[in-house]
Design a protein around this ligand. Structure first.
Ligand code: ADP
Length: 462
């Protein structure tokens, strides 16, 4: 009973019934009024004829005509009377079938100047009698009555037909409602079946479009989009799990190998010291991988909300350059800051923005061979603060430009350098959480340029 089909069926049947009742009722009312009008007209015509006869040929002729006419139309169906002003019957048709006429019909309608009508219910005439009163010469009154039996039968017949038609209409309405609702809901049914199949078998399945109206298509599209997103999330989860598992295996294998070698070799304190050093180093690596993975996930999902305070990016850049200068000097790299030293403020999380700058600058130095150059620059353009990191390093192949921002992705050319492939993924997550964008352009062998755009705290008017 709670199914939409059932409810739609009820609605359709109810609506059809209501509409047909209204229609039949209005027809019925006009039918009854029409019949009444026709009866009155006929009575008026007859009354006029009798009146003329009486005026021209007198009482005797009228009396004869009363009797003749009543017999030809049926003495149970009609009666005719001529009454004096005092109510005395001067002439009448056969009144044997109208016993209660005297008591029920107002004998005299005094002071009438024009014809008038009345419906009365004498004994034996259940359906009523329509009577016309017509004033004639000398204050006398002509009374003509006709039984409404014929009209009543006609109305009854009409009601019977209507009852049958209503039953038919109700049935049609119910069938139509059922068919229409089944058709309209077939898309929902398909959606349900697909959802069940997806749940049981295959996450690659999608609901086919274009088979059930616009609303169903919209619903299917929303459902398919949700599935795409779920599938992407599952894929990402798998990638992260695989990446973490892969990257944890190497340090753990190294620790295990070292420990094994130590077990079978003669006990030497230096070897143990070296082993302890390696364990600490590898543990740091593992902790760093776990921390970074967690931070990416928390920033992406909003579980660790960003602090929102004014942060001067040129200051952060200066601090980072200062920090990385010894590393650059070690590799005989020239590390330059371009542009004038003005404050460039964004609203953001200082600690996280520092990590972004450090990761990108670290990469620039790491992937630039000795003797190269790394340039950093901060500038403001319209409502954005832009950070640029240029290096003359190994470069990135065009097909890998997008992939380097994925978690755990490292290009083949960088495998010899230390790293875990999480630095740029974290940088992108943080920049996007701030409403910014990070992009890269690069040429193999010539170097790369990373650009970070963030919304400025106070948009400039330029
Ligand atoms: P990693 O720890 O490997 O540096 P990142 O996520 O920071 O991880 O970078 C991902 C990959 O992008 C790096 O392994 C490297 O292959 C490439 N990459 C990043 N920065 C540069 C750069 N400045 N020059 C060339 N390649 C780079």
């Amino acid at each position: 009973m709670r199914s939409l089909s059932f409810q739609a069926t009820l609605w359709y049947a109810g609506l059809f019934a209501l509409l047909s009742c209204t229609m039949f009722a209005s027809i019925y009312v006009s039918l009854v009024a029409g019949l009444r009008h026709r009866t009155d007209e006929q009575l008026a015509v007859s009354a006029k004829e009798f009146d003329t006869l009486y005026r021209v040929h007198g009482l005797g002729a009228l009396h004869d005509e009363f009797r003749r006419e009543a017999h030809s139309r049926g003495v149970r169906q009609v009666f005719f009377r001529l009454l004096s002003a005092q109510g005395e019957i001067l002439a009448a048709s056969d009144l044997r079938d109208w016993p209660s006429l005297e008591t029920q019909l107002p004998v005299v309608k005094t002071a009438i100047h024009d014809q008038s009508f009345e419906t009365v219910y004498p004994l034996g005439h259940r359906d009523g009698v329509r009577v016309i009163f017509l004033p004639t010469t000398g204050g006398k009154i002509l009374q003509l009555g006709t039984s409404l039996f014929g009209n009543a039968r006609l109305e009854e017949r009409y009601r019977e037909i209507f009852g049958r038609a209503l039953a038919g209409v109700l049935l049609c309405g119910a069938i139509l409602g059922w068919v229409v609702s089944r058709r309209a809901l077939s898309g929902v049914e398909r959606l349900r079946q697909t959802a069940i199949r997806i749940g049981n078998e295959d996450l690659d399945l999608r609901v086919p479009l274009g088979q059930g109206g616009q609303e169903i298509d919209d619903l299917s599209m929303a459902f398919n989009q949700m599935l795409d997103r779920i599938q992407k999330l599952i894929q990402e989860l798998q990638d992260v799990t695989n990446g973490v598992a892969h990257d944890l295996r190497s340090p753990l294998t190294r620790i295990r190998g070292k420990a094994e070698a130590l077990l079978i070799s003669p006990v030497e304190l230096d070897a143990f010291r070296e082993m302890a050093g390696l364990v600490i180093e590898e543990c740091d690596r593992v902790v760093s991988i776990l921390d970074t993975t967690l931070e990416i996930a928390q920033t992406e999902t909003g579980l660790a909300p960003l602090a929102r305070q004014p942060v001067d990016l040129s200051h952060i850049l200066d601090q980072a350059v200062e920090l990385f200068l010894p590393m650059a000097e070690n590799k005989s790299l020239s590390l330059e800051v371009l542009g004038s030293p003005i404050a460039l403020e964004v609203m953001g999380d200082k600690g996280r923005l520092q990590r972004v700058v450090a990761n990108v600058l670290d990469n620039a130095i790491k992937y630039t061979p000795e003797g190269g150059t790394v340039q950093v620059e901060a500038a403001k353009k319209a409502s954005q603060v832009i950070l640029i990191f240029r290096d003359t390093g190994i470069g990135i192949r065009p097909e890998e430009l997008d992939r380097i921002f994925e978690r755990f992705y490292r290009t083949d050319r960088s495998r010899s350098a230390p790293g875990n492939g999480l630095g740029l993924a974290l940088a992108r997550t943080i920049v996007e959480a701030h409403g910014g964008k990070i992009s890269v352009s690069s040429k193999i062998g010539l170097g790369s340029t990373f650009m970070i755009r963030l919304p400025a705290a106070t948009p400039s008017r330029v």
